[in-house]
Unconditional design. Sequence first.
Length: 577
Amino acid sequence: FGQFILRKGLNSPPQFIPAIGAIFIFFYQMKYYCTVFLFLILSSFAGAQTIPELEQQLKEAQTSLEKMNLSYDLAEAWLPKDAKKALEYGKAAYNRAQELRNDGMAAESAFLIAQCYNRMRGEERKEETWLKSALGHAKSANDADLIIKTVDKLSRLAIKSKRDYRKAFQYTEEAFKFFSQRGRSISELDRRYDKRKVLREKEQRELIRELNKLTAELERLAAEKDKLSADKTVLTKRTQTLEKEKASIAEEKELVELEIAEKEEEIKDISKEKLKAKMLAEARKHMIENLENQKVIDSLELAQTNLALENARLQNERGKYIFMFLAAVAVFVILLALLNYYRFRAKKRLSKQLEQQNQLIEEARKRSDELLLNILPANIAQELKEKGKATARKFNEASILFADFKNFTRISEQMSPEKLVEEIDNIFKAFDNIISHYEDIEKIKTVGDAYICASGLVDRKTIPTNLIKAALEMQEFLDDLKKEKMRKNEPFFEARIGIHTGPVVAGVVGLKKFAYDIWGDTVNIAARMEANCEAGRVNVSESTYRLIKYNYQCQYRGKVAAKGKGMVDMYYVEKEI
């Protein structure tokens, strides 16, 4: 119908646009005629909740759903009285509906907010915004009645504020499209209206029957009211009669009270005489009792005197007994104190002796532990102390260092035995000091002029970087010692150091003078690395090189034959990267 108008060129048809909206409003309003009629009837018998009651319920509400419904009810209640208050509660209801994703309630709340702005001057833009929001939520909730109401309001607002008939028509056209997409049409709405009309007429007939019942009840109440009025007249007459009787009784009461007052005067006179006689009798009785009490008092005083004398005698004898008892107790306490003193002295002397013995035992234990740790690794020493023996273990990636002196026999012939042992001792002590800085390096043994140590004798995977570093420090120490000996024109030692990484078996051998040792091809290849090394250099095998090549700069120097292993690549370690 709207498209037909636009095709005919009727660009300003104010008489048609409201007619289109009226079609929807007609169906909408008929739905509520019976409901309004019922409300008008029942409102005369029962009042709705007041605004303070609703506000109190809102404060006590626990769930978001309750708060949403109560906020909406408060907005409706405030709307006729205070639009700003209604706007505040309407927005609260809208926000709750948004949180609960209740599109139906969000649409109703938005429509109510638009009504609030409609009551305010100059708020047409906000009214339009909230009507659009109500329309969107109504579509999501598929609320046809609210869609029709909202479209009608938007159309009227567009015509009223801007006289924009085209925009008003667009709102109506959108509603047609919405109902068409959901398979609805005017004829369908008409059929729905007919069905609803039948239901509403039925409801109306029931409400009329209810109204007739209520009318009959009102007539009965009126009859009762008339009856009560008649009863009231009878009660009024009865009340007047009672008032007269009351006045008569009051006169009789005054006469009786006068007679009572006269009798009370007579009783008072008689009581005074009786009281005097009683007081005289009491005085006489009191005097007699005083005389008897004086005799009793004299007897009591005599008895008290005799009792005091007897108590004094008993107290004297009791004092003697107490003195003797206290003297005996004092002697016992002194003897007990002396006994405790001598016991304390003896206990203190024994405690001191025991402490000295424990100290000597602890010092001896520490010395034995130090001696044990000097010849065994810490974990092996602990195992020996706990179990009395140490189990041999295999380590898959142990690194063995062999250090040997070049021309040892020739140089030793130039020294006295004492000087030779002293020189070797100083060098090996320096080596011991160097490896002591690295927890993962363990000294194995010294054989003649050979010094053997190892790293990686643990269960976890290790890299022999510390062992290479210790080997370079050993060569550095020997180089400094060489310079000093050359300056003094004394013979000096130069060492060859070889290192190889591989599997070894480690354990303690022997019953007496036992030692921690290692076995395997790895030991033999480390010895081959040392034998094929130049003095002052550190020679490592291929397996060790692979582990340290990212930490140390190395120089390849060829292959060497190893028994049972074929040819083994060799590398000189130059310096740390």
